[in-house]
Design a protein around this ligand. Structure first.
Ligand SMILES: OC[C@@H]1[C@@H](O)[C@H](O)[C@@H](O)c2[nH]c(CCc3ccccc3)c[n+]21
Length: 449
């Protein structure tokens, strides 16, 4: 007999997107290009040569998309601001049309009883700043704080949830170490510098918010993937510890503890710089919540050749895998949430992303899209969140990734995470079965689990 699951009163149910993945119109109405403009138009970087030139055409179809959110019954909508739409050169002159787009979107969300949850940076760095060194230039902390002040000034009278960064680990690892994401650098000496400056920029934006008298919530969004050792051999245990330090602790330790995990030096070796002490005073500005993006776990084996963590994830024979090659392992979410709670003093937590790409059947007669594997994924992971709540974790809300099928970065449009199917040829939207399931979940505050 499964017990009746109850989520806390006021638990917030939402869905997430990001600007470059859904908006399209990257240069419309005075917007300045981001580093993704050059990256996607460089042959070989994106599967099938897909780009964000149109994506979900959300820049023009945003009113229809808010209607979809209302149809699903979303209580919140997490989205990001395209920095270059608002500040075409990344600094200095404001592009009023860009600011107006987000202003109108926020008003329409609120008119529909949907809480806007704004992320200031979701990987689309203005090209003009990248031309000045981007995340490798220590001045970017000030550039980011200046941009943040523009957004606070325009929207803080209505936006009550701010996140500075989305997943600094992915930006450093993908953009500067492995080169799989914009700006496509492959340099083990650059990666820690970019990562550190991302955290400095986070701190500078939080400090700016407090200094302007901001009274709402501000936090950071990090991806966390729990790392389990393949065996209990010291070599594998240490490999998992290195992988954990690199992807997980490297970000929340500076923010909450004002220092990096000791293990990170073992990961980077000679590539790890010494940091000025005052940087940590900036990085560890008190925040109001942590956004956790959870998708999967990894089981790690010691592997001297696997740079930089010297650990290789092992495929789990009896597990289900998603289209992005991620194991479905909901227990890892409970473990992740209890780890964050215990290590950092039980801060308020939101799941800001959780979801899966599975092959979806074409739209059936009557417009139904049967996606049972995605429904199962959500059911398992929401039960795992409930287990964490029972263990005392301060869970405040959940945002599914994603509202819409969208541009899955280097995967192009080939990986569909949406609750809503998008026909990219016609831009027709169709709610998948998982959207109807999510609607029931929201309406019952999780009771249908
Ligand atoms: O891959 C699905 C989503 C992306 O579409 C989001 O933009 C991004 O925030 C996001 N992060 C993760 C987990 C971290 C990760 C990203 C890319 C590659 C491997 C792990 C998964 N996702």
């Amino acid at each position: 007999m499964t017990q009746t699951i109850r989520f806390p009163d006021g638990f917030l149910w939402g869905a997430s997107t990001s600007a470059y993945q859904i908006e399209g119109s990257p240069l419309a109405d005075g917007a300045g290009p981001s580093i993704w403009q050059r990256f996607v138009h460089t042959p070989g970087n994106i599967r099938d040569g897909d780009t964000g030139d149109i994506a979900c055409d959300h820049y023009r179809r945003w009113e229809q998309d808010v209607e979809l959110m209302k149809q699903i019954g979303l209580q919140a909508y997490r989205f990001s601001i395209n920095w270059g739409r608002v500040l075409p050169q990344g600094r200095g002159a404001v592009n009023q049309a860009g600011l107006d787009f987000y202003d109108r979107l926020v008003d329409r969300l609120l008119a529909n009883g949907i809480k806007p949850m704004v992320t200031l940076f979701h990987w689309d760095l203005p090209e003009a700043l990248d031309n000045q060194g981007g995340w490798l230039n220590r001045d970017i902390a000030d550039w980011f704080a200046d941009y943040a002040r523009v957004m606070y000034g325009k929207l803080d009278d209505r936006v009550t949830s701010w996140a500075t960064l989305n997943e600094p680990w992915v930006v450093a690892d993908g953009g500067y170490l492995h080169g799989t994401l914009a700006p496509g650098h492959r340099n083990r000496f650059e990666a820690p510098i970019a990562s550190h400056n991302l955290l400095r920029a986070h701190g500078a934006a939080v400090k700016a918010y407090r200094e302007m008298g901001g009274k709402h919530d501000i936090g950071i969004v990090v991806n966390i993937e729990p790392k389990y050792p393949a065996t209990n051999s010291p070599a594998d245990v240490d490999a998992a510890a290195r992988a954990h330090a690199y992807m997980n602790a490297q970000y929340l330790d500076p923010v909450f503890l004002g220092r990096y995990p000791e293990k990170i030096k073992d990961v980077y070796g000679e590539a790890w710089p010494e940091w000025p002490a005052e940087d940590f005073e900036l990085i560890k500005q008190p925040i109001d919540f942590v956004g956790v993006n959870y998708y999967t776990r990894s089981v790690n084996k010691d592997d001297a050749l696997a740079y930089p963590v010297r650990a290789t994830p092992l495929r789990q024979t009896s597990a289900t895998y998603t289209e992005t090659g991620w194991e479905v392992y909901a227990r890892g979410l409970t473990d992740t949430l209890t780890w964050v709670a215990q290590r950092y003093g039980n801060p308020p937590l939101y799941i800001t992303e959780n979801g899966a790409a599975f092959f979806d059947p074409p739209v059936a007669e009557g417009g139904r899209i049967n996606d049972p594997l995605r429904v199962d994924y959500y059911q398992k992971h929401l039960r795992a969140i409930h287990d964490a709540i029972e263990a005392g974790v301060d869970m405040r809300g959940y945002c599914a990734w994603s509202l819409l099928d969208n541009l899955e970065w280097a995967h192009g449009f080939s990986k569909r995470f949406g609750l809503v199917h998008v026909n990219f040829a016609t831009q027709e939207r169709t709610l998948k079965d998982s959207a109807y399931y999510y609607r029931e979940l929201i309406a019952s505050n999780g009771k249908v689990l």
